[in-house]
Design a binder for this molecule. Sequence first.
Ligand code: PHE
Length: 346
Amino acid sequence: QQAETLGAIAAATTLEAVEAIRVSALGKQGWVSALLKTMGQMSPDERQVKGPQIHSLREAVTTALADRKAALESAALEARLAAEAVDLSLPAPEAPRGSVHPVSQVMDELAEIFADMGFAVASGPEIEDDWHNFTALNMPETHPARAMHDTFYFPDKDAEGRDMLLRTHTSPVQIRAMLKQGAPLRIIAPGRVYRSDSDATHTPMFHQIEGLVIDKGIHLGHLKWTLETFLKAFFERDDIVLRLRPSYFPFTEPSVEVDVGYTLVNGKRVVGGSGDAPGGGWMEVLGSGMVNRKVIEFGGLDPDEWQGFAFGTGVDRLAMLKYGLDDLRAFFDGDARWLGHYGFGA
Ligand code: PHE
């Protein structure tokens, strides 16, 4: 029976089979257990002879069972490892990723275009005082142009007794740059501006980019070339046509508003070509002009020595035109589906 049991153990291919053999040999009713029980009835002499035999038999069966169980378990583990192997060369599953917001994207594009033309980036505070935002830009306290800006004022004045407000345009950075860096100067100043205004094309917070060049012998031709070069680079088209219209800003003289021509392509306005072509039109893209002598003086410079031009444009508007976005308010909702629809989202 010993040989038979050991043979069965060696032949067992499952843990269940091994367990069944253990029960039949070493279990309460098992034949080895039965042999062990017979020892109680043996005479001392007989026990002396048979006892060690029975114990070594139990030992042999126990060891064989444990060995077989271990062998089956490690085989099962091997098989599992082989079947469940992780393939580290497989690509990782796609996870949603954020992306650069269209406004940030356009700000980066603008900074790059102007860097190529030798402009440095300057900045100023969003919480401004009325001297930098208005007075130094040739809008004294009683100037009617102040009313055109729907200004958010703070209830308190600053340490110098000036009214505090959220800047209504990036033009105060012109003054700050002149006072801080002197002349010559070639800067752009992108940033947030605020006006109390809200509909499909106006949000209380929006983005502008200011440009300022101060040097000797600067004239309107420099301004026109700069704007043309910038708009061609920005819209990535050589056929950009500009229309300069005489206008009025207190801080520039003369002042020009600049339109770009568009044509209708499949019912959509596409920037490029003359706006006078059939089906076309003109879109206002920026305000600009030669820096007013008074503004140069407020900037601490002598207007007989230094001249310059300045321009300001809405970054959000430029983003809408370039990427075909239509609701300005959606820019600031942070809805990933809207961004994704225009190729900006996840
Ligand atoms: N600051 C003007 C605006 O917000 C734009 C502008 C800037 C016009 C510089 C002329 C020169 O409308």
